[in-house]
Design a protein around this ligand. Structure first.
Ligand code: UGA
Length: 430
């Protein structure tokens, strides 16, 4: 099938590569020439395991084309995916200007029946908005349909998630339209759920907000465990083995970051208010998350004060492991708060260093965790990269001046860390 994917961000690029890998002819379009040029040179604008190899394979076979020429992509394709960004406005509402602009461009190039698919995370009602824009700007009465097909992939495991999704949600105005999407996704042999457009749009936000709720809930329980002398890891295990609850997304820590949960919970809150619905449940989820870093920093200050000129090694900058993404990363918030108290910051991340150099000022970038630890008074774990779990703790201790570890992701066992000579502070346990 001929497919056009507009937007080569995380979702667009991975979707385009996977559709090409399944044997389709795919045009990936973006108006950012720099990104398209990079991709045509075989360089990836993002770090995602397996992506580079998959892109190369399909470009070499001629099934995957990167271009700024939207007109050609739209005219060649039967199915057009909109996968552009929907960043938050200051009031939390999703900014749909990129979606609107793309819808207008599609309309101007519509020469034949097309299926226009919203893959971007967009608030309920956006399918209608896109339909109205295309109707208004198309040059003739050529037919089209607008479908909602939200994406559920996670950064760091995007290819695997895209190839093995728990479910594929297809929100359609009529069942006839669903056939083309069913055909496109059939090779994955996964559960497909056909709904109306509005329900598909809500499924995406409800899923992300529910996962964010699980995280904030376990973080609230972690706070309680700290006061009551309980251990949140054991509590999460005890809860998660109930199949109705499930063990995923019950890892207490510094809270959720990244480009999705913080933005999507705020957007859903905005939508709920727009429809006059009480959303205090979401307000609590957001408030708990927003207090994770201040609470962690309060603990660091309480133990190390005064922070003035104390050297702190920060392990992990990316918002989570296996990505170089720093959007809404807890590291940035923590470093800013510690710098405000005049702490000296050394940092290390396995893949996010290049991105960090343009964002972080006044920190020392180190080649590895041991170099970051050298001469430090305290070490803090911000991202749960596997390589941090496997560090030689005795060697780390020898490198340091002080002996504090503040583990924001609970990656170590207290006994192990203490036997290496550290004073250990973690989340939700003594
Ligand atoms: C999330 C969803 O998991 C995807 O299904 C969705 O498609 C995506 O948003 C999106 O809307 O595009 P992602 O943001 O890549 O994916 O990352 P997650 O793995 O969900 O992690 C989000 C944040 O929650 C991270 O900061 C992570 O450290 C944190 N987290 C996750 C916890 O603090 N505890 C947990 O138990 C799990």
């Amino acid at each position: 099938m001929n497919v056009c994917v507009i937007g080569v961000g995380y979702v667009g690029l991975v979707t385009g590569a996977v559709f090409a890998d399944l044997g389709n002819e795919v045009f990936c379009v973006d108006n950012d020439k720099r990104k398209i040029d990079m991709l045509n040179r075989g360089e990836m604008p993002i770090y995602e395991p397996g992506l580079k190899e998959m892109v190369k394979r399909n470009v070499d076979d001629g099934r995957l084309i990167f271009t700024t020429n939207l007109s050609k992509g739209v005219k060649t394709a039967k199915v057009i995916f909109i996968a552009v960004g929907t960043p938050p406005k200051p009031n939390g509402e999703s900014d749909l200007s990129a979606v609107e602009a793309v819808a207008k461009e599609i309309a101007l190039n519509l020469d034949d029946y097309k299926i226009v698919v919203n893959k971007s995370t967009v608030p309920v009602g956006t399918g209608n908005l896109v339909r109205n824009i295309i109707e208004k700007h198309r040059r003739s009465d050529v037919e089209f349909d607008v479908v909602s097909n939200p994406e559920f992939l996670k950064e760091g495991s995007a290819i695997a998630d895209c190839l093995n999704p728990d479910r594929i949600v297809i929100g359609v105005p009529n069942h006839h339209v669903a056939m083309a999407l069913l055909e496109l996704y059939a090779p994955l042999e996964r559960t497909m759920l056909i709904t109306d457009v509005e329900s598909a749009e809500v499924i995406k936000y409800a899923s992300n907000a529910f996962l964010a709720t699980k995280i904030s809930f376990i973080n609230f329980i972690a706070n309680l465990c700290e006061r009551a002398g309980a251990d949140v890891s054991l509590v999460a295990k005890g809860m998660g083995t109930d199949s109705r609850i499930g063990k995923e997304f019950l890892q207490a820590g510094l809270g959720y970051g990244g480009s999705c949960f913080p933005k999507d919970t705020l957007s859903l809150l905005h939508t709920a208010k727009k429809f006059g619905e009480d959303a205090s449940i979401l307000e609590s989820v957001i408030a708990i998350n927003q207090d994770r870093v201040p609470r962690f920093v309060r603990r660091i200050i309480a133990r190390l004060k005064p922070l003035n000129r104390k050297v702190i090694a920060v392990l992990g900058l990316a918002f989570k492991p296996n990505t170089d993404d720093l959007r809404d990363a807890k590291s940035l918030e923590i470093i800013k708060a510690l710098q405000k108290k005049n702490a000296v910051i050394k940092v290390y991340d396995p893949v996010a260093m290049d991105n960090a150099r343009s964002i972080l000022k006044g920190v020392t970038f180190c080649k590895n965790a041991y170099e970051a630890a050298r001469g430090a008074d305290a070490l803090i774990v911000v991202t749960d990269w596997n390589e941090f779990k496997l560090l030689n703790l005795e060697k780390l201790h020898q490198e340091m001046r002080g002996n504090f570890i503040f583990d924001g992701r609970n990656i170590y066992s207290k006994e192990r860390v203490e036997s290496a000579g550290f004073e250990y502070h973690c989340i939700g346990k003594q």
